[in-house]
Design a protein around this ligand. Structure first.
Ligand code: ZN
Length: 276
């Protein structure tokens, strides 16, 4: 009896030791991987993907591109990329990570860390909880950003129509991330955020009174949708946005610390005065 007990204990200890070693090895390898990854630049193929598909990336100068690349690389490594019923290629990951890098580019160290999972459906999907058809959504409880790949691609097919699913969902994630206490929160300056909300309230009221001037009607749904639609237009129609709604544009420029009208797509003056 005593021998059986000793054998069971020995087995148990062996299993625990192996589990400990495996965990330690994994953590060690992850740490080595992250350190090594930090030293390697974003691959030429990935940079070519950004160059081809991200119109905003093409307008950036060398230093801005370097920072953009660094963020894409980190996003590729840190997020779990989950295809829903189909494989997720590197091109898909790079294009989506590129959109996230685009929105966060001016915000130091912000990589939407709360949102660890990127779920990608081939097309529109039905949300099991609501029973409604979606093209994309942000789910803070599941720490997920969800996208229909077909509709994400439409955003890149026409980069100047003010409609871009990737930018839209990233904007939702950014707004939420700002208030999730995780060490990466509170990066949107409070005064600017309050100013933004005040200006947004006025514009939402106009839209809902049938007096929309620039944003599509959907922006009048609520503050969150207004911000998401504004981000789409900020990057895709910056000059018209600035000309039509200068106060809102200026506030968004300060909030995101980027100025697409200064060097964005369609800008007549790329880097005026040589400044980025
Ligand atoms: Zn939305």
């Amino acid at each position: 009896m005593e021998t059986v007990f000793q054998v069971v204990m020995a087995l148990l200890l062996t299993v625990m030791a192996v589990a400990f070693l495996l965990k330690f090895t994994k953590e060690f390898m992850d740490a080595v991987g992250i350190a090594a990854y930090g030293l390697v630049p974003l691959s030429k193929a990935h940079r070519a993907t950004l160059e081809r598909w991200n119109a905003y990336y093409r307008t950036l100068d060398h230093a801005q591109r370097k920072e953009f690349d660094r963020r894409v690389k980190e996003l590729l490594y840190e997020k779990d990329w989950l295809g829903k019923g189909f494989p997720v290629s590197w091109e898909m990951r790079v294009r989506i990570a590129g959109t996230m890098a685009q929105v966060t580019l001016g915000l130091e160290r912000v990589l939407l860390r709360h949102f660890t999972r990127i779920h990608i459906f081939p097309g529109a999907y039905v949300n099991k909880r609501t029973g409604r058809r979606h093209l994309g959504e942000v789910n803070p409880a599941k720490r997920a950003i969800v996208l229909s790949w077909a509709h994400f691609q439409e955003g890149h097919a026409n980069p100047a129509d003010g409609r871009n699913l990737g930018l839209h969902e990233t904007a939702h994630a950014l707004w939420l991330e700002n208030s999730i206490e995780n060490g990466e929160d509170d990066f949107l300056e409070t005064d600017l955020r309050l100013r933004w909300q005040e200006l947004a309230r006025e514009e939402i009221a106009r839209i809902n009174a049938g007096e929309e001037r620039f944003f599509r009607k959907y922006a009048g749904t609520n503050q969150a949708e207004f911000f998401a639609v504004a981000v789409e237009n900020f990057f895709e129609r910056p000059l018209d946005y600035q000309a039509t709604l200068p106060d809102l544009y200026a506030c968004m420029k300060d909030l995101l610390r980027q100025d697409p009208a200064g060097h964005g797509p369609g800008s007549p003056a790329v880097h005026p005065g040589g400044a980025p």
